[in-house]
Design a protein around this ligand. Structure first.
Ligand code: AMP
Length: 161
């Protein structure tokens, strides 16, 4: 059994409800949820959108392999109303689930890069992650999440409600 950290985001529809449904599905399909961050609200990252994201990070104890997790995640994204991806880049979406870390493992395949690339630039990942795993060492950068979060200056807000 390993701990996998998943990042969740939603910026259209009933965002909070969708995140809750995703967490329930994850606990049924991927493993026991051992920690859930608070909710954060952030501007769309990497593209322009009037719809802000609601984000959270969870820790899950799983016996699945990373490719099995990815295929479960893709199934959930579709069930929660995500449509086929556009041609390129980022877009509004009811749900996005990313594999941030798979324990301390580092690997890259055609379909999966773990740790998630560029997570150190994204406050919407680091702020919630710093709540539940401040001492977790990034296996490539060799800095812990608390340090990475303090170094990342993007805007982010706690979501109340
Ligand atoms: P998106 O949902 O738009 O973030 O992109 C999903 C695609 O990114 C998936 O189909 C994966 O093949 C690929 N991908 C690469 N690395 C990861 C990762 N660490 N977590 C989730 N998806 C990943």
């Amino acid at each position: 059994v390993v701990t996998v950290y998943l990042g969740l985001g939603s910026n259209i529809g009933d965002r909070k409800d969708t995140l809750c449904k995703a967490i329930v599905m994850i606990s049924g399909k991927i493993g026991s949820i051992t920690n859930i961050s608070s909710l954060y609200e952030s501007e769309a990252w990497g593209y322009e959108s009037k719809n802000k994201f609601l984000n959270a990070v969870i820790a899950v104890e799983t016996s699945l392999f990373p490719d099995e997790i990815l295929s479960e995640i893709k199934g959930m994204e579709i069930m929660l109303g995500r449509e086929e991806k556009g041609k390129d880049g980022y877009e509004d979406r009811p749900i996005d689930i990313d594999i941030l870390f798979y324990d301390k493992f580092v690997f890259e395949t055609d379909i999966l890069t773990v740790p998630h690339p560029h997570l150190e630039k994204r406050k919407f990942v680091l702020a919630p992650l710093a709540e539940i795993a401040p001492d977790f060492m990034h296996p490539i950068l060799h800095k812990n999440i608390k340090e990475l979060n303090e170094a990342c200056k993007d805007e982010i807000q706690f979501f109340e409600g």
